[in-house]
Design a protein around this ligand. Structure first.
Ligand SMILES: [Mg+2]
Length: 367
């Protein structure tokens, strides 16, 4: 076991991967996804972290954060995190700054576990054997056959008992198609699997309540961002009116923003994203704040990255098995965990989170 090794430096990579077909949700459309990776080095070991963000997040790492962590003890991850957060004051912690912080923090936790020769989930302190997942995709850009095929793949082929589709098409302007697709989804997965919907903030409050009642009739159990996650009162209003659990939190860039969602009574389950909120360090604190409000947490996207930290909290509901990121994490990283029977099972045989950059990832490299 090695301890007390100084961090020698950070490497940044920017990779852009085209989607397998055009994708859209209620309020955005896209044809590629960019991942910004950070590798942190100390005493012959390398830790890997990443965020899904614009390439500018990599510039923030190079320009502001690399010098802050260089020379620090690689095991003092929280001290490095605190110094990085302070360094971001004038450029802004939310948004790109928080994505940069997240990628470095994850790399440092991975590095620390590798230096100690233990699986990351052991270093964090394991709370559970299984990390439940839900299949997530169901883009509004899919035709009905593609939607059915994806849902059947998750439920029938992979045994995932919960799936999520996007609704709120065209900022809520196509309610008929939303309902038609939700019907198709329920018909495809049957009654045994749970059906979730995500409007990505595309509805107004009144519309979300009205649509929510229709989703209730289809047995929908999770209504994500029915209205903008900036509208805490609106989320709360929808929450009290519909049966489905209302969820939000994917744009909580910090502990404070997550705390506001909890304290406002805006959600039945808090979402948090370790690639955005400030890495594993902040994700764990957010989970603790949720617990203090008697709420569970659900990890937003990046399933491979979330596997170890999700296994380390007692109040976990599930991790989002997001179509794009499942695909990208396999294309960029060796050792990305699979799922069986609707859950991931973090690897207890490999140091760190167990993932490394693939040698053939360079074909997607932008910078
Ligand atoms: Mg969402």
């Amino acid at each position: 076991m090695t301890a007390g090794a100084p961090i020698e430096g950070l490497d940044v990579g920017v990779y852009t991967i085209p989607t397998d077909q055009p994708e859209a949700d209620g309020t955005m459309q896209w044809s590629s996804t960019t991942a910004v990776t950070v590798r942190a080095h100390a005493d012959g070991c390398t830790g890997l972290g990443w965020t899904y963000a614009a390439a500018a997040a990599g510039d923030v790492v190079r320009e502001l954060l690399a010098d802050v962590v260089r020379g620090r003890d690689a095991l003092d991850v929280r001290a490095a995190w605190s110094a990085m957060q302070k360094e971001l004051r004038n450029v802004g912690r939310p948004g790109i700054g928080s994505c940069a912080l997240s990628a470095v923090d994850v790399a440092l936790w991975d590095l620390a576990a590798r230096l100690l020769g233990v699986p990351l989930v052991r270093l964090l302190g394991r709370a559970r054997d299984d990390v439940p997942i839900y299949g997530s995709g169901g883009f509004t850009s899919y035709d009905d056959a593609t939607l059915r095929r994806q849902l059947r793949g998750w439920v029938e082929d992979e045994g995932i008992p919960r799936v999520k589709i996007k609704v709120g098409q065209s900022w809520g302007a196509d309610e008929d198609r939303d309902l038609a697709r939700a019907h198709i989804a329920r018909q495809t997965i049957g009654e045994a699997a749970e059906l979730f919907v995500d409007a990505n903030g595309g509805y107004t409050v009144g519309q979300a309540v009205r649509m929510g009642h229709a989703y209730d009739d289809l047995g929908v159990t999770w209504f994500e961002e029915p209205v903008s996650s900036d509208d805490l009162a609106g989320l709360r209003e929808v929450r009290t009116a519909v049966n489905a659990d209302v969820a939000a939190g994917e744009y909580a860039w910090s502990l404070v923003e997550a705390q506001r969602l909890c304290a406002a009574g805006a959600v039945d389950c808090l979402q948090a994203d370790a690639t955005r909120c400030g890495g594993y360090t902040e994700w764990l604190r957010i989970a603790a704040v949720a617990a203090a409000h008697n709420l569970q947490v659900s990890a937003h996207c990046a399933p491979a990255l979330h596997a170890p930290v999700a296994a380390a909290v007692t109040n976990l509901r599930h991790v989002e098995w997001f179509h794009d990121h499942v695909r990208i994490e396999r294309m960029l990283f060796d050792g990305a965990p699979g799922a069986k029977g609707g859950a991931m099972h973090p690897d207890l045989s490999t140091p760190g989170h167990g993932m490394t950059l693939r040698s053939d990832a360079d074909k997607y490299r932008q910078a």
